[in-house]
Write a protein that binds this ligand. Structure first.
Ligand code: DC
Length: 237
């Protein structure tokens, strides 16, 4: 193995950023499966912090306590063998179902506005960069967490299409919710994630933007894979 392959920064990363319900989760897992790489669902870290802070009755404005919890909480993210979903374990308890509720997503989005929380989760996220490569999805993966990633993708879709997708996902998981409620929640969460002071959701000029409205997961996966080539391994990044 060439010497440069030993450094963390030369392990390839594909970042996939975008708003909620755009299909980042399913697409990232499939891209990773195809390449035989690791995955990082960074939103799960913010969501698990929301659960852990609720369990400890830490309020959403207790920034220092939340940052301490973010760096210390015991979390495992486990991609299922068929890469259909990520299981999330918090201190030996399975929290996968609770994690996917919109209540949890809303609190996660609030906690994600706190700079100390983001800082505490930064190194935890970077630790997922392991050989042979990583597919990392979230809101600031291409801008802040892995700014030198050789392939950066930004997924978009209309808010209606995203609400529909989320609706079907939650229904499949047995979580009761109305479409109208989801539309409101997603719009509100988007607004917060896009306008916050630290690491807002934004597409930068080095990202490939893909509008997933009306596209199948397979099509989006193929479009992303078109941007990856092993020649990226030879370029310093
Ligand atoms: O991707 P998700 O819906 O599971 O993320 C939940 C919230 O976490 C999202 O509304 C904002 C926050 N988040 C973030 O601020 N930065 C990330 N990289 C990932 C998620």
């Amino acid at each position: 193995m060439p010497k440069y392959m030993n450094t963390t920064t030369t392990i390839p990363v594909i970042t996939i950023d975008g708003p909620s319900g755009v299909g980042k989760g399913a697409v990232s897992l499939r891209v990773a499966h195809h390449l035989g790489w690791h995955t990082l669902d960074s939103g799960a870290l913010y969501r698990v912090l929301a659960i852990a802070s609720t369990q400890r009755a830490i309020a959403a404005n207790q920034e220092t306590a939340l940052a301490n919890l973010a760096s210390q909480m015991e979390v495992q993210l486990i991609a299922l063998p068929d890469f259909s979903d990520t299981r999330v374990i918090l201190a030996n308890s399975e929290v996968t179902a609770e994690l996917r509720t919109e209540t949890c997503g809303q609190l996660a989005s609030q906690l994600a506005t706190l700079p100390a929380v983001r800082q505490a989760l930064l190194e935890r996220q970077r630790a997922f960069r392991k050989p042979p490569g990583l597919v990392a999805e979230g809101r600031d993966l291409g801008t802040v967490v892995f700014p030198t990633a050789p392939v950066k993708i930004f997924l978009t879709a209309s808010v209606e299409a995203r609400a529909q997708r989320r609706y079907h996902q939650l229904q499949q998981k047995g979580i009761a919710v109305t479409l109208e409620h989801l539309l409101n929640e997603i719009t509100q969460r988007d607004q917060r994630d896009r306008t916050r002071q630290v690491a807002p959701l934004i597409a930068t000029s080095d990202m490939v933007v893909i509008d997933t409205t009306g596209l199948s997961i397979e099509k989006v996966v193929a479009l992303i894979l078109n941007n990856w080539s092993p020649k990226h391994l030879l370029a310093p990044n």
